[in-house]
Design a protein around this ligand. Sequence first.
Ligand code: DX5
Ligand code: ZN
Length: 221
Amino acid sequence: MVHISPSLLSADFAVLGEQLDQVKQAGADLLHLDVMDGSFVPNITFGMPVIQSLRKISDLFFDVHIMIQRPLDYLEPLQKAGADGITFHYEAEGEVETTIRRIHQLGLKAGLALRPGTPGQVVFPFLKDLDLVLVMTVEPGFGGQAFRPEMLEKIALVRAEAVRQGREDLVVQVDGGINPETIALCAKAGADCFVAGSAVFGQADFAQAIAGLRAAAQGAQ
Ligand code: DX5
Ligand code: ZN
């Protein structure tokens, strides 16, 4: 199953509500929301007030990717704002087990993200508890960067270990530089959930963009 999660970071923030409606009509399966704190990554995006406002007008699954230094401090506020899933970084502060448990206690799906320099093996002990692993295919912080093909091996490694542990249901997500060419490579390597910012919100026709990405991923799986 292929899931496309358009990243709001590339949307027009002056008309966010309309863009959300349009992307849903266009066939988005989830909505990817990048929350950055200016410390874990050298950029600042948006936080709880924006998510809370969007929650009122959308029933899309809010796939919240937090690039923040202290995830534990923000889980409950994000849940209250309307997150459906929270993906935090392995490289951030706090015990991974504790953070996963806390996300689940809040009734949300839990994901663990890896920067390009972090080896895939670090997620192995947590696969039994996770809903999703996010293999970053660019250095987190900014949209519109070039895909790193050396991440394909990591995607395959995580997928193979998940299957070995009986977790065929684990979602393997990729984020950064995804377009109709790179999505096929990632799907072939074992990813099944694809974040795309510029390849969706940067295009004139969202429906055509999402359909093109989906077809490329399905053709490669
Ligand atoms: C980058 C963010 C991404 C970003 C992807 O740190 O995590 O979600 O929006 O943008 P594209 O698809 O344009 O590379
Ligand atoms: Zn992201």
